[in-house]
Write a protein that binds this ligand. Sequence first.
Ligand code: NAP
Ligand code: MG
Length: 398
Amino acid sequence: MAKIQMKNAIAELDGDEMTRVLWKVIKDELLLPYIDLKTEYFDLGLKSRDDSDDKITYAAAEAIKRLHVGVKCATITSNQARVEEYKLKQLTPSPNGIIRAELDGTVFREPIFVSNIHGTVSCWKKPIVLGRHAYGDVYKNCEIKCPTAGKAELVFTGVDGKEIRKTIMDMKGPGIIQGIHNLDNSIESFARCCFTYALDRKISVWFGAKDTISKTYDGNFKAIFQRVFDEEYKAKFDAAGIEYFYTLIDDAVARVMRSEGGFMWATKNYDGDVMSDMIASACGSLAMMTSVLVSPDGNFEYEASHGTVQKHYYRYLKGEKTSTNPVATIFAWTGALAKRGELDGTPELVEFAKRLEKATLQTIEEGYMTGDIARIAEPAAKEVLDSWQFISAIRSRL
Ligand code: NAP
Ligand code: MG
């Protein structure tokens, strides 16, 4: 077969440990034989990031902005143990944090569904895409433990020197207080990321907050979402046949639990922290969860939700063929290739990505899978494969 041609390149961000090992196997077995793969390669392995004082991470972020599409392997976020293990010059910040800040982006997580893995919520027939606002609120808070009775006040001093002062509480005894904030800019970007990605996927957006109680703070979230939607997205949503739906957060939770899925759930920072873990665990396995970083102006970086699977890597170094699940990493590649094909007008690339996804799901649905999902498959797995066997089983179906 003639290899499928690509018009433009994808930013390729290599990573660490077991996922780096699988990265190469996926490329060699499932991509390079079929596609004349064009990528701009960035080695985001920990040592390379450290050697370049993180310049390579910033260069990779720049490439995603320029090419509009990137695919990323899981990477180590360094801590003291890693500094010693890899003999690093310094503690490097999280590469995902750097790229997210450079792109001003939001992360959307989405489970991959197969018919023989049943989530714990039986009415969910389609994936729920969860978007979490990753700035501010309680994650950038300021707290005081008040030792005595006293007056708690909220004070804002504007750049013009004008003061706004309100009493939180005349406290009759010792207690606790907390100050939190958010920024209109950040909320606007978050809203744009949600609407941009939902439009891309042709799914409706649900957003919930507690504006009946928090009339100013949560009310501001609600108002900004509505304004951004009306001014910039309403016409496009109408044309795509999808909608934006706002409801109170507790009502949103109740509706999500009895829905059949197939929409985006946009959440404030704390709600997203809690609810993304609920959705991930209800869907079975972290290894069956993809993640995409979307910038408000429409750049996309695809990756797996899980980390570098460190424990498996140490077993691999001792010579073991581990049964590490490559599905989320394969779907990161198919997501990026399909997006590239869509932007470039090369339908054969989009079609290839779809077929690779189909071959992957078919392999599992026929009973051949890695150990992590074999544990929860129903009907039971026919054969538990190591990663290399599993990838070649996908290739034979592809
Ligand atoms: P992890 O890599 O997600 O793995 C935690 C455990 O989950 C594994 O030990 C394994 O359980 C299971 N698991 C995860 N992915 C799997 C897969 N594909 N196939 C089979 N089992 C899988 O988290 P971690 O070990 O806590 O973190 C390792 C490194 O990853 C850390 O340095 C962290 O900084 C980094 N990390 C990176 C990202 C990212 O780049 N996006 C995200 C999270 C963490 P069993 O051992 O029970 O088989
Ligand atoms: Mg959480």
